[in-house]
Design a protein around this ligand. Structure first.
Ligand SMILES: Cc1cc2nc3c(=O)[nH]c(=O)nc-3n(C[C@H](O)[C@H](O)[C@H](O)COP(=O)(O)OP(=O)(O)OC[C@H]3O[C@@H](n4cnc5c(N)ncnc54)[C@H](O)[C@@H]3O)c2cc1C
Length: 501
């Protein structure tokens, strides 16, 4: 994927314009291209810079949603889990979880619930749930406070690197003819005399120039920012999305001491929390709290960090403290709804709306179900459009990621090589130091201080690849340093709302 070529193609006429390059938008562009439509996807920042890089990294049915009785959602997500495991075997792996239980009652409850989860999964590549004695549980997760529990129920779900899958989807879309441009912010909707949307105007954030794409079908997949796009249409910004913030903290791998994750069912607010091995670290989270207004760069609050650490302390023999946190991050769930209920109880199902102008908006959903959501969105959009499209082909389409270049010098302190950094610029449209360190290699999300240390070299390579001046490289590096400060827990203060980066 070359940005210059993509930008050149993102003008004139298309069939479908997709606003937003997260999981939802990328899935829709892929689905549209698979049906033979000319799709243009426009992303205001870098691909995945919003919620889609900040997930818990699970391709799952959602054990929690099963407890809420949302059987349809769980069944659908388990079906997509199986498809993704089959179509993207290098990107989605089976991860074992244990649910530690303290009493016979808990054992019966979780064993029964997870047996139902197995049943809903049907025939599946994922091993079935099982009872583990205390000894077996301690062997699977040496870091657990084993003496506190009678044993555990184990089950399996899918784990992925969200941005790696996102780039695989974008590549699959591009291979089928889709045009995908990052740093391309939609600033206006083009309308016919009768008020119908017939395209968009967008700002190329690099050149400062505005371009237009005409299309009979325009889809708002801007995630937590759908309201701002609805406002471009003159709509009620708050009508169809309810924001919920979810934070994670990252600590060393030694806190778990193995390759098995823990589902912690005893959280003060009645939810569950995870401790998950991820890229040589342990991911702890998440929270689920109502968020009033959209923020481009949300940051975990002090109270969220304390709550995550307090829950972890109940389960882990060595309780992680603030000083152990190597990175933290926060994402906003764009839930379909209008507020009222606690966000943890709001359905994770997606919702589709069509404005009087014809603008289609999608809210809600999960990473796991992005492909299914994309199909439903296109069906909905095409039902009111003159476009004719072929059948969907995404269910049978493999998703792959080229192996990261491992030869040559490494970026200082990171497992990632300089060659991989150059490849990220040349092949996946990385334009900034942030793009490389946050989403191509995940250093900002696993060890923000290590990312900061490597940043000068990354900025120099990105600058070299893009023919940038020394001043531009310095500005890019300074922007990354400001951003990285928001992923570091020390000093212990609540950073409050972010200024847009
Ligand atoms: C904490 C947390 C944990 C989660 N964990 C999981 C999990 O483990 N498994 C799972 O299945 N799901 C999970 N989810 C849900 C999943 O991450 C989201 O459903 C999904 O990422 C939403 O993707 P999206 O594309 O709708 O939004 P986003 O990823 O936010 O994408 C929207 C994009 O639109 C762009 N945009 C906005 N305005 C414009 C404009 N004017 N022009 C162009 N572009 C624009 C934004 O820059 C952004 O990149 C989690 C969510 C959260 C918050």
């Amino acid at each position: 994927m070359k940005r210059e070529a993509m930008l050149a193609a993102a003008c004139g006429a298309a069939d479908v314009v997709v606003i937003g390059g997260g999981a939802t938008g990328a899935g829709i562009a892929w689905e549209a291209a698979s049906r033979g439509l000319r799709a243009v996807l426009l992303e205001a920042r870098d691909f995945g810079a919003g919620t889609s890089s900040r997930s818990t990294k699970l391709i799952h049915g959602g054990v929690r949603y099963l407890a809420q009785g949302r059987l349809g959602l769980v069944r659908e997500a388990l079906h997509e889990r199986a498809l993704l495991r089959h179509n993207a075997p290098t990107l989605v792996r089976a991860l074992r979880f244990v649910v530690p239980v303290a009493s016979l009652l808990e054992r019966v409850k979780f064993r029964g619930g997870l047996a139902a989860y197995d049943l809903l999964a049907g025939h599946s590549d994922f091993p079935r749930s099982a009872w583990l004695s205390r000894r077996e549980m301690a062997a699977a997760v040496p870091g657990l406070r084993a003496e506190e529990f009678a044993g555990a129920v184990s089950f399996h779900d899918g784990q992925f690197d969200d941005t790696a899958l996102l780039f695989a989807v974008l590549r699959a879309a591009a291979d089928l003819g889709a045009t995908c441009v990052n740093y391309a912010e939609v600033t206006a909707l083009l309308k016919r005399a009768d008020g119908r949307v017939c395209g968009v105007a967008y700002l190329d954030c690099e050149s400062g120039q505005t371009h237009e794409v005409q299309a009979p079908c325009v889809i708002n997949a801007a995630g937590p920012a759908v309201g701002a796009v609805l406002a471009l249409d003159g709509g009620d910004a708050g009508a169809s999305v309810q924001l919920s913030r979810g934070s994670h903290v990252v600590v060393g791998a030694g806190f778990l001491g193995g390759d098995t994750a823990v589902l912690m069912p005893r959280v003060d607010d009645g939810r569950v929390m995870f401790a998950i091995p991820w890229l040589g670290h342990t991911l702890l989270g998440t929270t689920d709290l109502a968020q009033d207004a959209f923020e481009a760069e949300p940051t975990p609050r002090a109270a969220e960090i304390d709550a995550i650490l307090a829950t972890a302390a109940r389960y882990l023999a060595r309780a992680p403290g603030r000083a152990d946190i190597t990175a933290m991050f926060c994402g906003l769930r764009p839930l379909a709804g209008t507020g009222g209920a606690p966000t943890a109880q709001v359905s994770r199902e997606h919702a589709l709306t069509r404005a009087a102008s014809g603008l289609v908006t999608i809210t809600g959903g999960k990473w796991t179900t992005f492909r299914r959501m994309a199909g439903a969105t296109l069906d909905f959009a095409l039902a009111a459009s003159p476009l004719a499209a072929g059948p969907s082909r995404t269910a049978d389409c493999p998703l792959t990621s080229p192996p990261m270049a491992t030869a040559g010098p490494h970026l200082p302190g990171l497992a990632c090589t300089e060659a991989a950094c150059r490849a990220a610029v040349r092949e996946t449209m990385a334009r900034r130091t942030e793009d490389m360190l946050a989403r191509r290699c995940r250093a900002l999300f696993t060890d923000a201080r290590a990312a900061l240390a490597a940043a000068p070299r990354v900025a120099a390579i990105v600058g070299e690849e893009l023919g940038r001046s020394a001043e531009e490289v310095t500005q890019d590096l300074a922007a990354f340093r400001r951003l990285a400060a928001r992923y570091i827990v020390d000093p212990v203060v609540d950073p409050g709302p972010a200024a847009d980066t």
